[in-house]
Design a protein around this ligand. Structure first.
Ligand code: CAA
Length: 379
């Protein structure tokens, strides 16, 4: 395996790092407190190409590989994990899904604005009673001849209010279980479509998470992606890639917490010397660094496997499972190294610890990742 990044990949990493430290860092604490969506910053990220990194240039994207995407996601999430998830959903779930399975008309109409950062997308799979058990969807799309009528409620939708374009999974034939689920492109503002309550979250507070309500929403037939009944497979395939994005987000949270801890350990004195010179702290930092490198290797393995066109579902599940565990453990240790300072907002690591938790929950909980991994060798 080649462990060297190309000049192009390093340039992407550098651009993301520069944007994160100069633009995202100022105000990150305030946005967390206020749960304020970073609208103008996301627009800037779109202009810089961070919202459609892997989409083809002919559809407004950057035409980059998944390794570059992981490098950029890590740098953005190191500073602001909320910006990280907004970016991940648009890139991996929405743009990728439309490019891979949409028709030419759908790509022209929806992918170009999404990949070029002019629109923002959301992915609506989860429901109040269908999270991990994604097949138990209650939202329905009834065939009315020239259009579908969409009815139901979606929950926990990232970019729920900020998005312009939504990929919505719904039952078109309940008798066929998961093979009766289809996927539609729905635009904000269509009659009967309402954005519901904003969730008051523990972490990633600057990303907006909402419920969505559909009441007799008329969806044109041309907004069906793929065949009728393809929606569940579509969701699983897009989530395979989405999990690489979330793994990279978790990696970024962990490496951000490590960098802050290392800096603090060099500056903070106890018993007459910097705490970095105490073995208790050195061992913590050594464990953090080692675990982060392990998580990075899995993220890159998943990214590379996707880039060379092989089945990466197991690798993306492993990367997410491991990186999210490392994010949780590293941020907890980062707070411990900072002591009382770690418990207050000013030092950032308490936010990182809160942000880390969701990476073990969304886009498939850690338990779901273990199901995906075990099916790869038991099937
Ligand atoms: N990749 C490709 N196909 C897959 C797949 C995968 N990872 N997992 C399942 N499938 C396919 C199966 O091959 C099967 O296909 P066939 O019909 O051709 O046989 C079909 O999907 C059904 O599979 P199962 O019988 O295994 O289905 P199941 O009901 O047992 O569930 C599951 C499988 C893996 C548990 C799945 O329900 C799952 O992944 N659940 C988690 C859902 C999830 O990740 N939700 C996240 C919400 S989105 C989000 O968080 C975004 C955000 O806003 C940040």
């Amino acid at each position: 395996m080649d462990f060297e990044y190309t000049q192009e990949q390093l340039a992407v990493q550098e651009a993301a790092r520069d944007f994160a430290t100069t633009q995202l860092l100022p105000g990150v604490i305030e946005r967390d407190i206020a749960a304020a969506f970073p609208k103008s910053l996301i627009r800037q990220m779109g202009e810089m190409g961070f919202l459609g990194m892997m989409s083809s240039p002919e559809y407004g994207g950057g035409g980059m590989d998944t390794i570059s995407y992981v490098l950029a996601m890590e740098e953005i999430s190191k500073i602001d994990a909320s910006a990280g998830v907004i970016m991940s959903v648009n890139n991996s779930l929405v743009c990728w899904g439309i490019e891979k399975y949409g028709n030419e008309q759908q790509k022209q109409q929806y992918l170009i604005p999404l990949a070029s950062g002019k629109s923002l997308g959301a992915f609506a799979l989860s429901e109040p009673e269908a999270g991990s058990d994604a097949t138990s969807q209650k939202t329905t799309a009834t065939d009315m001849g020239d259009h579908y009528l969409l009815n139901g409620t979606k929950n926990w939708i990232t970019n729920g209010n900020a998005a312009d374009i939504y990929l919505v999974m719904a039952q078109t034939d309940k008798s066929k279980a998961h093979r009766g689920i289809s996927v539609f492109i729905v635009e904000k503002g269509w009659p009967g479509f309402e954005v519901g309550k904003k969730e008051d979250k523990m972490g990633i507070r600057a990303s907006d998470t909402h419920s969505l309500m559909f009441s007799n929403v008329k969806v044109p037939k041309e907004n069906l992606i793929g065949e009728v009944g393809f929606g569940f497979k579509f969701a699983m395939e897009t989530l395979n890639g989405g999990r690489i994005g979330i793994a990279a987000q978790a990696l970024g949270i962990a490496s951000g917490a490590f960098e802050r801890s290392l800096q603090y350990a060099k500056e903070r004195f106890t018993f007459g010397k910097p705490i970095a010179e105490h073995q208790a702290i050195q061992f913590k930092l050594a464990d953090m660094d080692t675990e982060i490198e392990m998580a990075r290797l899995l993220c890159m393995k998943a990214a590379k496997t996707k880039d060379i066109g092989k089945d990466y579902s197991k690798w993306s599940a492993m990367a997410k499972l491991y990186a999210s565990k490392v994010a949780m453990e590293t941020t907890t240790e980062a707070v411990q190294i900072h002591g009382g300072y770690g418990y207050v907002r000013e030092y950032h690591v308490e936010r990182m610890m809160r942000d880390a938790k969701i990476t073990q929950i969304y886009e498939g909980t850690s338990e779901i990742q273990k199901i995906v991994i075990s099916r790869s060798f038991l099937r």
